[in-house]
Structure formats: C-alpha cells, structure tokens
Design a protein around this ligand. Structure first.
Ligand code: FAD
Length: 535
C-alpha cells in the first residue's frame, strides 16, 4: 500500500471525544485544526458518560473539600498542583459548556467519595448532551475540519524521518488510515494532540465503547514518550449483568440516590467492607462485589433502588430505566443484576496540566494522559472535568508558545514511504480475532480486580509471545483497523503488567494478594507517600 494524499494543518487532534472537541473549539479562532477520528464522531466514551461532571458551584461547598475528596480517592499518589489546577478552574469550564449550549439539570447530585452534592448532570445522559452540543459547535466552525473513519496509525517522529537531525525529538504529524478510501495518508501538523481516550477494551468485560484500545498510549510509547501508572485501571462496580447487554453501565448516581448493593440472599453486604457501605469509593465497592461473588459463587450481585417511587426513577434515570426495561428488568420493582467491569484508566501518557508530553509538539489530553489528577484511583466525575481543563490549558499553552514549538515541528524532508502488502489472506483475520480474545481474557483473569505476582508473571510471559506474533502479522498484512488495534492493545496490556509488577504494594485500585496492606484504612491515606510507575 502506498501513501496516497497529504494534508497539512496547524493542529491535528486525534479523537472526537469531549477533550478533542473542547480543544478544537478553544484553538480554532486562530489555528487551522483537523480532527480525525477512527469511526463516526459520537463513537466515544464521552458520549456514554451518564453521571455528570464534578464542580464546586454551591456556596456551602468549597474547592478545599473537592480537593480533599480527590486526594483521599487518589490514595497518596495525586499530584497536588494538578488537582488544584483542575478543581479551581471547574466553575469556568462549566461556563464554557453553558456557552456552547450544554444544559444541566437544576439539582446537582452526589456520587461515591464526594462529600457534597457537586456533580452537575443532564438527566442520566450528561456525556451525550455535552458531546452533541460541542460537536454541533465544531461543525459550525470554519477553521475545523472533521475527518471521520480516519485511523491514526503512528506519529511522525522527526529523528526517524531524518536520523541526522540534532536537538530535541519532535512530532511533525501522523500516518493515518482512511478506512473508507482504504489508503494511507500523511497529515503534516505543526502540533499534534492525542485525545484518544482510554483502554477498557484491553479487558474482557468493560463499560467502554468498542474502540477504547489505548491507541494514543501505544503511539506515544512507540514514538518515545514516557507512560505512567497503567496498573491503575478502575473497575466500575456496576455494569448491567445480562446476556444481551454489552457494556451498559448503571451509574454511580443510582447509589447516590439510595441504591443498595445486595447479594442473592437479599443481604446488604457493603457495610462489611466500608463504613460508607454502597457509597464507598469505587475500588472498594468493586472489590467488595468481587469478594461477595467469590464467596457466594454467584455470577453477579444486585443493586436495589426499589424504595424510590417509579416516577422519581423515570425522571432521574430515564435512560437507565428504559434500557433496563428493554432487558426485562423493571428497576422500580426488582433489583438490577450487576457486575464490575474495566471502566477508567487513571494512567497514560505522562504530561503536565497542559498535556505537554516529553516530545516537542506532542500533547496528550483527557483519559489518554496521566497528569496526576487521579493518583491511584479516580474520584467519580472528575474525568470529564479533566478533559475540559486540559483542553483549555493545552490551547493556552500552544497559543502562548506557538513560535517556539513550530520552529521544531516543521518537516523539512519527505516522510518515509509506507511499505506494507496490498492484500491480506482471509485466514489471517481469524488468527487476529483469536489473539484479541486471548489478550482480553488473559488480562481479565490475571491482571483484573485482585492480582498476584504469580498471575502477573504468567500474563507477562504470554504477552511477550503474543507481542512478537502480532509484530510478525503486522508487517506481513495489509494495514487494517483490526490489526492496528491489536498491535496497540498488546502494547498497552504488556505495559500494564510491567507497571503492576513494579508496584510492590496494594494501593488505590491496584490490589495484590502478595502485598495485602489493608486498602480499607482511609485514616492512613493522607500520610501515605508513594511514587508513580514510569515506563
Ligand atoms: C459508560 C461510561 C460512563 C462514564 N461516566 C462518566 C461520568 O459520569 N463522569 C465523568 O467524569 N466521566 C465518566 N466516564 C469517563 C469519561 O466519559 C471519559 O473519561 C472521558 O469521556 C474521556 O474523554 P476523551 O475525550 O479523553 O476520550 P473519548 O471520549 O473516549 O474519545 C476518544 C476518541 O479518540 C478516538 N480515537 C481513539 N484512537 C484513535 C485512533 N487510532 N485514530 C483516530 N481516532 C482515535 C475515538 O474514536 C474517540 O473519538 C464514563 C465512561 C464510561 C465508559
């Protein structure tokens, strides 16, 4: 396959989630922006967010309290400056959203780990509301071009193109697969922003959309950027358990409004694991459910909110209510069957609060980045805030430092040709899907909610082999999104295991049987010191 076509822009943004759209809107007044996204624009985790966005907007609440709750959830690994930066600008970012047309319900809600009702929401479809309004604004902007079905393959690294170059390593654009035209294009960009979201798809069970394969993390790693804290994958405690439901989440807000976790005997069991019961932080709830499922040998537990009137449930959770009903579950009359699933990646590409990576011209924002906001565990509804705050900081940083950055990121030579076969044997596609399945099952079984060194080492051994098999397939196949995603998930899986093996303790969401420090002792959290795992 040959390179067919070249596009140029000031800023190339990979992704069409909230982080990407907000960054584009903040930059487009004086920069030419290309947004490229591997499927249709709404195919994102952003559009699936239900609960809402955390921000201090009530006088009885305070930044200090939001900061404190975030630090407690992060179990001693949060970077204080990032936490302060994002939380203190939250009210301004809410104003941005309202200016872009986003509507919030009048009452804010409370979620696990928060001391106040500070989660702003739009019914139980906050992400969809935010995404549709921001996307509408993006489409109306003359300086933003949106390329759907464009899959970013790899970053263009100046020193790979011209090994004689001295000075810093910089990113000058990307190779992109146009999935419709079935061609590879080059995008030359003076600056590149990875807003590629998370990596839930690395695990067998996930609440994430099907393209959450950690592509940005893998691309940045291949280009030479540091990656951090991948051991901290947050498992959402309550995904709907039903044979026909794929990745449907029962929002934390259901517990916020009085939903109680019970086992098959009808016993409310969470108080055994934490004084806040069903409203304990997510990691503790997920482990509590995992332990209860193992103890009772049941395939799921139940979330009971039948004490709330039907009208209340229909008005507060219209989406969840309707979806459950479609699966034959009337949440006003019966408890909802739920299981934990991989949900949010706290680690990612190492950046500062503006998304700057180690490579000149390369930024990572949103879930792809690791800023230190979440530490060892994310506080609910802080991630949409992080997307917006990073998009803002990134745009300010780029505009302020534009000249210095672009001096390093203008390509003076042609990128290397694309060399891959024109055809793929259809038998090979079967092997690809087997490898996908194997990685995801392996990660679920050996690198899941409860880990051990032995299980991690077993996963590591197998992943080393799978990675070299994938490498061989990749070089002999015509470029295709399935093999591209496989190539990325195997890297993210392998790095996750390496991070987990380096952490000789249980902390936050990372729980190892070999280091059984009680993760439930919240009184120690403020004294806990620690460091990030950096690869
Ligand atoms: C079910 C669910 C509910 C949630 N609820 C909440 C909530 O209530 N509050 C909260 O704060 N957070 C919530 N989260 C987390 C939050 O939604 C995400 O962290 C956030 O939306 C991530 O946004 P993003 O812009 O970083 O990435 P995403 O929204 O995931 O967007 C990633 C984009 O990158 C594109 N992309 C990826 N790889 C490539 C590639 N190689 N080439 C081209 N394009 C690519 C994708 O197509 C997509 O457009 C929830 C998550 C889920 C899954």
């Amino acid at each position: 396959m040959k390179i067919d076509g070249k596009l140029t822009c000031d800023v190339a943004i990979v992704g069409s989630g909230i982080a990407a759209l907000a960054a584009a809107l903040k930059l487009a007044d004086d920069k030419k922006v290309i947004i490229l996204t591997k499927e249709k624009a709404p195919a994102t985790n952003s559009a699936m967010a239900q609960g809402g966005i955390a921000a201090v907007t009530d006088q009885s609440d305070s930044f200090a309290s939001h900061i404190e709750d975030t630090l407690v959830a992060g179990a001693g690994l949060c970077h204080y400056e990032a936490v302060r930066n994002f939380i203190e600008q939250a009210p301004e970012r809410i104003k941005d959203l309202i200016n872009w047309g986003v509507q919030f319900d009048a009452d804010s809600t409370r979620e696990g780990g928060h001391s106040f009702r500070r989660v702003l929401h739009h019914e139980d479809q906050t992400g969809a509301e935010m995404h549709s309004k921001l996307f509408h604004a993006v489409l109306a902007h003359p300086n933003i071009e949106v390329l759907e079905n464009h899959f970013a393959i790899d970053l263009l690294v100046n020193k790979k193109i011209d090994p004689t170059l001295m000075g810093p390593t910089s990113i000058v654009g990307l190779y992109v697969l146009d999935k419709v035209a079935d061609t590879v294009k080059v995008i030359e960009a003076k600056s590149t922003i990875l807003a590629t979201g998370g990596a839930g798809k690395v695990y067998l069970y996930t609440s994430n959309w099907s393209g959450a394969t950690g592509d940005g993390i893998a691309m940045a790693y291949r280009a030479g950027a540091r990656i951090s804290n991948l051991e901290f994958m947050q498992f959402h405690p309550t995904c709907l358990f039903h044979k026909d439901a794929r990745n449907f989440l029962i929002s934390e807000a259901v517990r916020g409004e009085g939903g109680e976790l019970i086992n098959s005997q009808g016993e409310a069991f969470m108080k055994k694991y934490h004084r806040l019961g069903s409203l304990a932080p997510r990691d503790i709830v997920a482990r509590g459910i995992d332990a209860e499922m193992k103890r009772t040998a049941e395939p799921c537990v139940y979330l009971d909110i039948t004490q709330q009137p039907k009208a209340f449930l229909q008005s507060h959770f219209p989406n969840i209510y309707t979806r459950c009903l479609e699966y034959g579950i009337d949440m006003s009359k019966q408890p909802i069957p739920v299981v934990p699933a991989a949900h949010y990646l706290c680690g990612g590409v190492v950046t500062d609060v503006a998304g700057q990576t180690d490579l000149v011209g390369l930024y990572a924002i949103g879930e792809t980045a690791c800023t230190g906001l979440h530490g060892a565990n994310r506080l609910a509804s802080n991630s949409l805030l992080e997307c917006l705050a990073m998009a803002h900081n990134c745009a300010v940083h780029l505009k302020t430092n534009w000249q210095a950055i672009t001096e390093q990121t203008v390509l003076s030579v042609q990128p290397l040709p694309w060399e891959q076969p024109e055809k793929t044997d259809s038998d090979e596609m079967v092997v690809i899907s087997h490898m996908w399945e194997e990685i995801r099952r392996l990660m679920w079984n050996y690198v899941g909610i409860v880990r051990s060194t032995k299980r991690l080492e077993r996963a590591q051994k197998r992943l080393v082999n799978i990675k070299s098999e994938v490498k061989e397939y990749y070089s002999n196949m015509k470029v295709h999104s399935d093999i591209l995603e496989l190539r990325n998930i195997v890297i993210v899986a392998k790095l996750t295991v390496e991070c987990a093996l380096r952490r000789h303790e249980s902390r936050g969401i990372h729980y190892s049987l070999d280091y059984p420090t009680s993760p439930l002792d919240m009184s120690r959290i403020k004294e806990m010191q620690g460091s990030d795992t950096i690869i």
